[in-house]
Design a protein around this ligand. Structure first.
Ligand SMILES: Cc1ncc(COP(=O)(O)O)c(C=O)c1O
Length: 437
């Protein structure tokens, strides 16, 4: 093993052996090489005469560039567009995102967290966490309603086994018992990766305060039972809380609560700030020692350097400016209200007496989606029927569940959308062709 990796491992083992035991084999081997980038970073500070280190080109002391590109990016200086950003991201952006985390998550104010590491949006952040902590046959515990891409990220790429618990109990609240049962089964293995995503895709659910207390006490019980836990909080839809759920990430509640619990926050601008294609996200660790945070950051930097090398500099510049803009809060509030009005309208429509028999639904109070629970027809057959006969696109999750992204339907069109879904169900019921049992 490289001596820098051994050094990082020794540090992690010394300050928290549980964190060391959570690392995958790849995680153990990772380190940030003292290669071109660190020599170049040194030169940026000290080489006042000539800086002949890094593989970009310059002209008249400005990054060389095409005028026809620069013309379409008026208002951005070449230094903020063309050079490589560091693997961990633009420092100013990372600091700005940390300030945002502290503002948005009151529980974080007295907790120790790292500087967010910039990722190529959330999928990349999740993938980094998987590479660092998931070993072949490790168990990933997650609710039975989850984003399909987790299969590729955690199972196909890393060989982890996805093990689900029931998200909802009979009272339509977070199923703490099922979560507990699933987690405590990992006692013999002594390790689990817990993957929580609130607001949840596909249901649009975020737990309420009492449910969160239940989740945390189960995690504490598992940690006390000797299970090392990497708890990944996928906060893709953070902030889009419309009702009486908690309004902060579980990351703040978990930071520093137990030496066997390593909280990892994966979030970003993608959904929160409506910039899906810009690809700017973050991965943030919480730990009980700044030395562990530094070691984990070094390993993550090594991983980024060996995969994408760094994220888009221009995208990072755009997001940094946005976060610093005086219009940021006002515009965010406006968009939040649009999304909230849509969610409330959906709730008003689907609770109507007329739809009761045909359209069941899972609890939702946040995010982009809601998920219908179909009692009479098969979700995939309904999806195809709605598409072919009515030009309506939805997502079939399994035989009973149909995901509706109200995020991309105007409030005044929602009435018609659900009427068409209802009509589609009735068509299939009348034909007697479709059953989902
Ligand atoms: C729960 C969840 N996590 C992560 C992502 C990926 O986000 P990004 O586009 O930033 O990679 C999505 C996107 O659909 C998602 O629904």
């Amino acid at each position: 093993m490289n001596e820098l990796a051994t050094h990082l491992n020794d540090i992690i083992k010394k300050y928290n052996p549980h964190v060391f035991n959570l690392l995958s084999n790849m995680g153990k081997k990772l380190y940030y090489p003292k290669g071109i980038l660190s020599q170049s970073a040194e030169a940026t500070k000290k080489a006042t005469r000539f800086n002949a280190t890094i593989g970009i080109a310059t002209e008249k002391k400005v990054p060389m560039h095409f005028e026809h590109i620069q013309e379409s990016l008026q208002g951005y200086s070449p230094e903020d567009i063309y050079p490589y950003a560091p693997p961990s991201g633009k420092l100013e952006l990372r600091k700005e995102w940390k300030r945002k985390l502290l503002r948005d998550n009151p529980s974080l104010h007295d907790r120790l967290i790292g500087l967010p590491i910039t990722t190529n949006a959330l999928t990349h952040g999740l993938s980094l966490a998987a590479d660092l902590f998931v070993e072949e046959n490790d168990t990933i515990i997650l609710p039975d309603k989850y984003w399909g891409n987790y299969q590729t990220i955690f199972h196909v790429r890393r060989g982890g086994n996805l093990k689900t618990f029931k998200l909802f109990d009979n009272s339509d609240t977070f199923n703490v018992l099922s979560f507990r049962q699933c987690l405590l089964q990992q006692k013999d293995a002594g390790k689990a990766i817990v993957l929580l995503n609130f607001p949840n895709n596909p249901t649009g659910y975020t737990p309420k305060e009492r449910e969160v207390e239940g989740i945390i006490s189960v995690l504490m019980e598992a940690a006390e039972a000797g299970i090392n836990l990497a708890v990944i909080l996928d906060d893709a839809y953070f902030g889009l809380f419309f009702e009486d759920s908690v309004k902060e990430s579980l990351f703040g509640r978990l930071a520093g609560i137990h030496p066997r619990i390593l909280p990892i926050k994966v979030d970003g601008a993608t959904k929160e700030n409506y910039v899906w294609g810009l690809r700017v996200g973050f991965l943030t660790f919480a730990a009980d020692s700044p030395i562990i945070l530094e070691a984990l950051e070094q390993k993550t930097n090594g991983l980024i350097r060996g995969t994408i090398s760094s994220s888009s500099h221009l995208s990072q510049t755009i997001i940094l400016r946005s976060l610093q803009s005086s219009q940021y809060e006002e515009e965010k509030y406006k968009k939040h209200n649009i999304m909230k009005r849509r969610a409330m309208k959906v709730k008003e429509i689907i609770t109507r007496e007329k739809y009761k028999e045909a359209l069941g639904f899972y609890p939702f109070n946040s995010g982009y989606f809601m998920c219908l629970k179909l009692n009479q027809v098969d979700a995939e057959e309904l999806r195809l029927h709605l598409l072919n006969e009515y030009g309506v696109g939805t997502i079939a999750i399994n035989t009973t569940d149909l995901r509706i992204a109200f995020s991309c339907v105007e409030e005044e069109d929602l009435e018609e959308l659900f009427e068409l879904i209802y009509r589609g169900i009735n068509d299939l019921v009348i034909k007697g062709v479709s059953k989902n049992v």
